[in-house]
Design a protein around this ligand. Sequence first.
Ligand SMILES: NC(=O)c1ccc[n+]([C@@H]2O[C@H](COP(=O)([O-])OP(=O)(O)OC[C@H]3O[C@@H](n4cnc5c(N)ncnc54)[C@H](OP(=O)(O)O)[C@@H]3O)[C@@H](O)[C@H]2O)c1
Length: 288
Amino acid sequence: MRLVVTGAGGMLGRALSRVLASAEVECLPYPSSALDVTDRRAVEEALRSERPDWVVHAAAFTRVDDCEGEQERAMAVNVEGTRHVAEAAAAVEARVLYVSTDYVFDGRKSAPYTEEDEPAPLNVYGRGKLGGERVLQKTLPDGRWVIVRSAWLYGEGGRNFVDRIIERSEAGQQLTVVDDQVGTPTWTVVVAWAIQVIVKAQLAGIYHVVSGGAASWFEVAEEILRLTGADVPLRPTTTATLGLPARRPGYSVLDTTKLQRETGIVPEAWQGALAAYLAERRLVAEPN
Ligand SMILES: NC(=O)c1ccc[n+]([C@@H]2O[C@H](COP(=O)([O-])OP(=O)(O)OC[C@H]3O[C@@H](n4cnc5c(N)ncnc54)[C@H](OP(=O)(O)O)[C@@H]3O)[C@@H](O)[C@H]2O)c1
C-alpha cells in the first residue's frame, strides 16, 4: 500500500511517518517545503507521479488565533488546499483521509460529541476545517473518503500545550492556565496509530479519535507537573480573562464509540498516554 502524507513535517505528520514506517505501508512524506497544497498543479503532479492508494491529508494552517487575522490564508490552505487534494486524488483513484478537529463543534453539549452531531464552529480555524470536510465529502464518492477528527494534540516537532508547560516549569515560571475549557489531550502517536488501522482496514466515513477521558487545560497542567515533579506555582484562570482572538468551545470531548466498535481500538486514558510521551522524552520524575 502506497500512502502520501501532506504536512509531513508537522507534529502529526512526523508521528505518521514514524508509525507507518513500522506498519508495512510505503509512506511517501510530503512536508510543506516539498508540496504546497494551495498550489493545485503541484498537488496534481505529485499525486500523478506517486499514484498512491491513499492520501493522508494532515497539512493545515493550524495557528488558531492567527487564523482570525489571516482569514484568507486560513481558507486558502484549509478549504481550497483540501479541494486540490480531493480533486487530484479522485483523478488517480486514490482514497483520502482528512484530519479534522473538535473545533468544528461549538461546545454547547455536556456529553461527548458523536460523529452524528451537527458541527457549528465558533472560529475561523474551525470554519475552515469544516469547509475542508464538506469539500472532501462533495468531491469524492462515499466509501473513498475518511474524516478523522482529533483534538488537543501534543507530540514531537510542533508547538503544543504540553511542551509549553514543560518549558515554562523548567524555567521556574509561575503558570496560569484556563480551567473552563474541557477536552481530551491526545498524543499524536495515538492518532497516527488509529489512522494506520483505519487505512489498512479500508474504512470510510467520519471517526472521532482521541485518548480516553476528559480534563480542563488546568487539570492537564496539574498532571504534567505531577508526572515531571516540577515545583512551580499553578493557578487557574478563565478563557475570558485571556482574551485571545479566537473563540473556543468550552466543551469539546469527542465520543470514540464508533472507533472502538469498528476497529477494536480502545483508547487509553489521556493520563497514560501523557505519561508515555513524557517517559519517551525522559521527563518522568524518579520516585524518591
Ligand atoms: N494541533 C491540534 O491540536 C489539532 C487538533 C485537531 C486536529 N488537528 C489537525 O491535525 C492536522 C495536523 O496538525 P498538527 O497538529 O500536526 O499541526 P502542525 O504541526 O502545524 O502541522 C501542520 C503542517 O501543515 C503544513 N502546512 C501549512 N500550510 C501548508 C500548505 N499550504 N501546504 C502544505 N503544508 C502546509 C505546516 O507546514 P509549515 O510549518 O511549514 O507551515 C505543518 O507542517 C491538521 O489537519 C490539524 O488541523 C490538529
